[in-house]
Design a protein around this ligand. Structure first.
Ligand code: ATP
Ligand code: MG
Length: 402
């Protein structure tokens, strides 16, 4: 219909009055349909011209965006030629929209947290797209989406996941304390028996060290119980992450500098390949150090006769990827399946909590961890951390590996 109307409109001077009326009806109908679509979509839309002046908005945009005025009068805005960033009451969103015009891009998007008048917090994503008409960029289409529910859902899922791992952890602790408790109980029974016997006979115990020996065992087992509880508390302690923008490369490099003597002693050669100009990540420095330390320590432990520890960083699909690879003994399937379990260790002096913590910290930082292991050849741990929205734009200039 649109094409037909266009064709007819070109010959408007040759049309009869009735035909012009029909044509106008068609255009009006089309316009109404366009209005109806604009007003019923769940996405906020703003259309601006090349200088940022507002040409059109819909109700959702007015509901989601904080405007200076309660009601946006597009006709007035057009007459005053005020750019859109000057009529928005949130300075972050204003700055973002202005930057879209300062540095034109095909597609740019950013997330904002807004406090509503009612005191609740909403998360919105603002996306700017070029508006193309007749193969020319004639303005900008700004899209606003409310992602609060989606984000809440993610947090809920993460919480449920940590609750499930807490249940696992509690089960492991119950299992762990069984052995020392059993040993304590047996030794107390032995002491009781000996005391009973002594009372019935001459009052003397089998030998002077008898009770002391059994009590030593009891003491030792109590010490073990204590360690299990302390470790447990350490593992379940809620992580209070103090997130701040940090350069992950710099932290890795300084940690490795610190580990150098230990690596040399273990005949481990270090290979570092870091992405140039890394984006800043929102991380807790102390916890992030703990992750890298644990992985590096495990790698060294796995290379009893020396080998190569490789740490590589790169950016892929808005994620910062850290790879920690070793040329050590690798793991069989049985070990591989259990490495993140609390207290699982194959080492005489291991607590088995190293990777549990690593997993917890990465999940808490909204990241993912993946492991591949090749028995006799080595193991590769891959960590993926999201690059914060506002740092994604700069990636296009810095995504090269040296
Ligand atoms: N790079 C690796 N190569 C081979 N096996 C590994 C590697 N990393 C972890 N593992 C296996 O996973 C187990 C669990 O690791 P985790 O770091 O949780 O505990 P741990 O190293 O044994 O003890 P801790 O970290 O307290 O010293 C290890 O005992 C080992 O069997
Ligand atoms: Mg470890």
């Amino acid at each position: 219909m649109r094409r037909y109307a266009k064709r007819v409109a070109q010959k408007v001077d040759k049309l009869s009055k009735e035909q012009v009326e029909t044509l106008l009806d068609m255009v009006l109908e089309e316009n109404e349909m366009f209005d109806a679509v604009m007003e019923s979509v769940n996405t906020g839309l703003l259309i601006c011209d090349k200088s940022g002046n507002l040409l059109l908005t819909n109700k959702t945009a007015e509901r989601l965006l904080p405007f200076n005025a309660t009601r946006v009068n597009v006709a007035e805005q057009r007459a005053q030629a005020t750019p859109v960033w000057n009529i928005i009451a949130d300075s972050d969103i204003s700055d973002f929209l202005r930057s879209v015009y300062d540095i034109p891009k095909n597609h740019t998007s950013e997330e904002f947290t807004l406090e509503t008048a009612g005191g609740s917090v909403r998360i919105i994503v603002v996306t700017a797209l070029p508006l193309v008409q007749k193969k020319q960029i004639t303005g900008t289409l700004i899209q606003i989406e409310d992602v609060t529910e989606a984000r809440n859902q993610q947090t809920l899922l993460r919480r449920m996941e940590s609750l499930a791992s807490l249940t696992n952890l509690a089960a492991s602790v119950a299992h762990e304390i069984k052995n020392p408790l059993g040993a304590i109980s047996i030794h107390i029974q032995l002491i009781q028996k000996a005391l009973k016997k002594a009372r019935k006979t001459d009052g003397l115990l089998p030998n002077s060290k008898f009770v002391e020996n059994y009590l030593d065992v009891v003491n030792e087992e109590i010490g073990r119980l204590n360690k299990i509880i302390v470790d447990f508390l350490f593992a379940v302690r809620p992580i209070q992450a103090k997130l701040e923008p940090v350069n992950p490369n710099a932290i890795i490099i300084s940690l490795m500098e610190f580990l150098k003597p230990e690596l040399e002693k273990a005949s481990v050669e270090l290979k570092l390949e870091m992405i140039e100009k890394p984006p800043n990540l929102m991380l807790d420095v102390a916890l992030f150090k703990q992750v890298i330390m644990n992985l590096a320590q495990n790698a060294v432990d796995a290379m009893k006769n020396g080998g190569i520890l490789g740490i590589y960083t790169q950016v892929k699909n808005d994620h910062f990827i850290i790879t920690v690879a070793d040329t050590g003994e690798g793991m069989d399937e049985k070990t591989y399946n259990r490495i993140f379990e609390p207290y699982f260790t194959t080492k005489a002096k291991g607590t088995g909590l190293g990777l549990t913590m690593v997993y917890k910290i990465i999940k808490e930082s909204a990241g993912e961890i993946d492991v591949r292991s090749f028995p006799g050849k080595g193991t590769v741990f891959t960590i993926s951390l999201p690059v914060p929205q506002k740092d994604r734009r700069s990636l296009e200039f810095g995504g090269v590996k040296n």
